[in-house]
Design a protein around this ligand. Sequence first.
Ligand SMILES: C[S@@+](CC[C@H](N)C(=O)[O-])C[C@H]1O[C@@H](n2cnc3c(N)ncnc32)[C@H](O)[C@@H]1O
Length: 283
Amino acid sequence: MTDGQEPVEPSGVWATAVGVAKVRALESERPNALFLDPLAQAFATAGGLLPSSPRTRDDEAARRRRLGLAFSIVVRTKFLDDLLQQASAAGIRQVVLLGAGMDSRAFRMDWPEGTRLFEIDTAAPLDFKASVLSRERAVARCERITVAVDLRANWPDALAAAGHDPAEPTVWIAEGLLIYLPEDAVELLLTRIGARSAAGSRMGLTLGSRGVIERFGADAEPGSAASMWVSEMPDDPVAWLAGHGWTATCHTVRERGAAYGRPFSAPPQHEEQPGGLVSAIRR
Ligand SMILES: C[S@@+](CC[C@H](N)C(=O)[O-])C[C@H]1O[C@@H](n2cnc3c(N)ncnc32)[C@H](O)[C@@H]1O
């Protein structure tokens, strides 16, 4: 990909991060874009997702699912951008992006002086990202620290070694991540986050809504994002997070989209329970 280096091909779960970048690139071109992500197209192109990439299978139901997924990615990006801005305004200077993928917030958002932003993901996507960033000559607008570790392994030690201070509040983001982790791994992740969250810390989560795995996964193409989804939101996300020491507020994607002036045009095919988008504060 970069001079003299072997290209890193997106594969497995991290290929989904490149798909997310493609959605953000398309959104950035809209006249009424909810955010601008100038690096997203470079990630998508480097990962082989060209604007006109053909679809192998796109019947009406598949098209509807694809549009619904793209809509949810756009809305959740705006939701978490706002949450991060509010956390910065409240004085939080540590940011941890869990399963950061091609998230380019370190480069595209304004950060107060002294902000340290940690990006955790496995080595392959972080290497791929580094090569694209270097080619684009991208310059972070805060102190950006990458931590290459599997979130099912001992990531807290890796994060501590990278300089995260658990005595200071942190804003944690798990965007498009938890759906790929089995329930026991999600529980452990939340327990570990809690142990490193000073009072006043914040958290933004996206959760798979109830039934989404059955609806999307039943005839998902092998290797597609939906084929790798394994967990959905608990019955009561607010109570679940209270048990982990957080006061949470839950939203649906559809409701947030409408609040951002971007109502989803397709009528609901099923009832969407609040909880897909979660904002939480550490008690
Ligand atoms: C759908 S992408 C979302 C990326 C990013 N949060 C965003 O919204 O742009 C999911 C990301 O989670 C990462 N991921 C999934 N399982 C992981 C694990 N066990 N450890 C570390 N990262 C993981 C993948 O590598 C991928 O980058």
